[in-house]
Design a protein around this ligand. Structure first.
Ligand code: PEP
Ligand code: MN
Length: 337
């Protein structure tokens, strides 16, 4: 339920509404907008009659939110959320490019890639230190060493960084190093992990599970939001279908669907979405044309010898070409890169 206060409602009137919501055993989240305050009511509100709140002083109207996700819903937050990360604004008119290796492999590899990302106009450096691998016998990531190298590259190239966390017990360690915490597709419904990242103050990139619906993605975001972290970005990274010509099927529909249902920024990952480097640039262009707020792509200087995801990694020169093509599309959409 959303309680929309009148534009001249006093703080005392808002406080009375919040007190009544809490008396009913529900939680109240005031969202203070430029024009007016809106009180989001969270919890099992089925027994509550909206009309009872309409009688309170300062209340303009009360609306039920029909979606099962509440804090993630655009009904609660009509304007786009802009997530600010050290001078980079995700969800603004600028389309953000996040790029870097699938895995951090060594200092030389990361520094060389970071230089290429910066040079081509990328805004955020990605790199996995804790890797969710299908096989336990392959490279699992450098762990803490990888986080230290990411931090070094961040400082050397002045690029905010994003890296994945796999387990709740590593969340605070990863949060000490990174600017954005990534929750990967395989962990989209790891509720203990979602709760723990929800308790940090770091922006979160939540990737869609490969077998999850858009609504399940939004419900996963709801876990993070309801634990107090409002800076969530969503990522479409392809889903499993019967199609075998690509690693995953990039669900372009999800971008405008998400943009209409939620205020959270939407990022496209054409690398995992296709699994083939040749397809990364066309799908990055399509995603930006469909309204994505950014792309996250894998870049490697020597993809043939990459320790993970070489087949979908762009070499630096191909990445630079992708950035300029994405810029053309962004400009056609009245945005920048
Ligand atoms: C990754 O970003 O390298 C990754 C493992 O992504 P996903 O969780 O989308 O598979
Ligand atoms: Mn990868």
């Amino acid at each position: 339920m959303i309680i929309v206060m009148k534009h001249n409602a006093t703080q005392g009137e808002v406080a009375q509404v919040i007190a009544q919501v809490e008396t009913l055993g529900l939680q109240a989240r005031p969202i203070i907008g430029e024009e007016r305050t809106v009180v989001a009511v969270v919890g099992d509100e089925r027994p509550v009659e909206p009309e009872q709140f309409e009688l309170f002083a300062g209340v303009e109207r009360v609306m039920r939110v029909l979606h099962p996700f509440k804090l993630a819903s655009r009904d609660f937050h009509p304007e786009d959320l802009v997530v600010k990360i050290n001078g980079v604004s995700v969800g603004s008119s600028q389309v953000i490019v996040m790029a870097g290796p699938c895995s951090v492999e060594s200092r030389e590899q990361l520094m060389e890639t970071a230089a290429a990302v910066k040079e081509a106009g990328g805004h955020i450096l990605r790199g996995g230190a804790f890797k969710p691998r299908t096989s336990p016998y392959v490279f699992q990531g450098l762990g803490l060493k990888g986080l230290e190298l990411l931090r070094e590259a961040r400082d050397a190239y002045q690029l905010p960084i994003i890296t994945e966390v796999l387990s709740p017990q590593d969340v605070y360690l990863v949060a000490q190093y990174t600017d954005i915490i990534q929750v990967g597709a395989r962990n989209m419904q790891n509720f203990a992990l979602l709760q723990t990242v929800g308790e940090t103050n770091k922006p979160v990139l939540l990737k869609r599970g490969m077998m999850s619906t858009v609504e399940e993605l939004l419900m996963a975001a709801e876990y993070v939001l309801s634990h107090g972290n409002s800076r969530v970005m969503l990522c479409e990274r392809g889903i499993r279908t019967f199609e075998t010509s690509t690693r995953n099927t990039f669900d372009i529909n999800a971008i405008p669907v998400l943009k209409s249902l939620t205020h959270l920024p939407v990022i496209a990952d054409p690398s995992h979405g296709t699994g083939k480097w040749e397809l990364v640039t066309p799908i990055a262009r399509a995603a930006v044309a469909a309204g994505a707020d950014g792309v996250i792509v894998e870049v490697h200087c020597d993809p043939a010898h990459a320790l993970s995801d070489g087949a979908q990694s762009l070499k630096p020169e191909k990445f630079a070409a992708m950035v300029s093509e994405v810029r053309c599309i962004a400009e056609a959409m009245k945005r920048t890169v």
